[in-house]
Design a protein around this ligand. Sequence first.
Ligand code: GTP
Ligand code: OAA
Ligand code: MN
Length: 612
Amino acid sequence: MTAVQEAGQTIPGLDQAPTAHRKLLDWVREVAELTTPDRVEWVTGSDEEWDRLTTKLVDAGTFVRLAKKPNSFWAASDPDDVARVEERTFICSHDEKDAGATNNWMHPGEMKAIMTELYRGSMRGRTMYVIPFCMGPLEAEQPMLGVELTDSEYVVVSMKIMTRMGTKALDKFYDDQGNERDFVQALHSVGAPLEPGQQDVAWPCNTTKYITHFPEERVIWSYGSGYGGNALLGKKCYSLRIASVMGRDEGWLAEHMLILKLTSPEDKVYYIAAAFPSACGKTNLAMLDPTIEGWKVETIGDDIAWMRFGDDGRLYAVNPENGFFGVAPGTDYHTNPNAMRTIAKGNSLFTNVALTDDGDIWWEGMGEPPAHLTSWKKNDWTPESDDKAAHPNSRYCTPIEQCETKAPEWDDPKGVPISAIFFGGRRATTIPLVTESRDWQHGTFMGATLSSETTAAAKGKVGVVRRDPMAMLPFIGYNAGDYFQHWIDTGKRADATKLPKIFYVNWFRRDEDKSFLWPGFGENSRVLKWAIERLEGKAAAKETPIGWVPTADDLDLEGLDADPAKIEAALKVDADEWRAEIPLIEEWFDKIGDTVPTSLRDELAALKQRLG
Ligand SMILES: Nc1nc2c(ncn2[C@@H]2O[C@H](COP(=O)(O)OP(=O)(O)OP(=O)(O)O)[C@@H](O)[C@H]2O)c(=O)[nH]1
Ligand SMILES: O=C([O-])CC(=O)C(=O)O
Ligand SMILES: [Mn+2]
């Protein structure tokens, strides 16, 4: 027995497991012996635990308790740990081709060798928390289980908001026959061991970062970051990258989509799923406050949808999450009153926003700033300061349960039947406000060629147009061409009349003076209404080379205070702009290579021909 193993046996807490689950116990021991934390703690998810850990985070300087919001905390991250790190995100399938051209790849053996050395002793001086969690309802026929091992208290309390976790999740680790259920192994370390007596920093992390997935084993290894999608491993890592591979293998879809419930003035109910890239409007649409009479929107989810066919042949969507991890800047009582009301109830975490002197939060877009703030960089800030007070990717983390507009069925294990799917991106030109696809294959082509300007949600340059298929570019856990084929196959498995109709939207088209042509936010309800009326065969549209597009007359614009010329411009299908788009799509398909389905190449050829 090696010295490390001997030390591991004495790690306090390791043997206090509240379960006999063999796979879990063996794995926890193995990781504890490798990472050598001072102690192991089995997370229960209790309120007492929340109070103890948030107090610990306040004492450590990671959190400031907010005087103005009950049970809520402000955190400022390391200035270099503020967003997902796509360059450092890997899909480690055995065959490089299975990761495809859109993912970083390394052989699993090679990656494990590198990361094992990084993990060796990486939790020294810290507590390793064992967080059992469940993505999606606990009452699901097949609860989607995971365990995150982490040395970050910030991760534990964030996971309490974002997932169903602790004892209630651990209870699901055996089925009704008493057999062990399998789970996704998610290992996380901030990579900042402490020597005896060493003072901790407020936001421990490491300049070396790896966000690694072993899709064939359903395993996630994350190292070096404490932030958002890098560290809360139930979110993008499990529910999108690993789940997309599960979905491919088992015949379902894991998508970067909000889910909303729309009720018409006649009380007819429709469920809509919408995929927009990070920081492109999912949370806002999911909580939309309609500006048109008699229509109501309720929220099911704001970021991720898992969709499977029900017995009736319709596609049902479930939100795997339990909270919102929303972009703070731009959120206020005018743009997203429901988010504001949700966070006002407290029980929320705020990361990289600004802190007011009286213990509240502030960010750009939230009205007049106070005369003095503490910025996300922990500097004094006044309205004269040049820097932003809040980081553009600063976030609120808040329970869905508190959202007044949550639909009562938001956590129904059956999910909700989807009538329409929207794909959308952030494009200053070319893409009209809304386009209806001709059929599923054409809609899949729209999704596969979706493009968007990059945002602050990922590290790197902002505002660069890139292809972001189905808003999943950073999240497809396998070959993107195979993923497109999976979408095509999904359509073929269903009765076409029961499939959701696919639309392509763009809230972000701009005028020459760079202002938005479409007012957006609550006014997007007008586009939802048109889409639903298309399903019902009630609204008109014009056939164009790119699909069915409404004229201004086809949209309900009653009471909209907007310049008609701008609305026209937002709806315009400009053949020249589209002709310029074709080579970019060709380049994109060529990049993915021979896995691009022939049917999508055919769609491209047909589009080219229609554009002349
Ligand atoms: N102009 C305009 N901006 C919008 C609209 N909807 C959202 N935004 C802005 O887009 C930014 C991101 O919006 P979110 O709804 O948080 O985006 P998201 O897709 O949920 O982002 P992630 O949580 O990163 O996946 C915010 O600054 C919003 O104010 C819209 O309809 N029009
Ligand atoms: O994953 C994150 O860090 C935040 C998020 O929702 C996104 O980037 O889409
Ligand atoms: Mn969001």
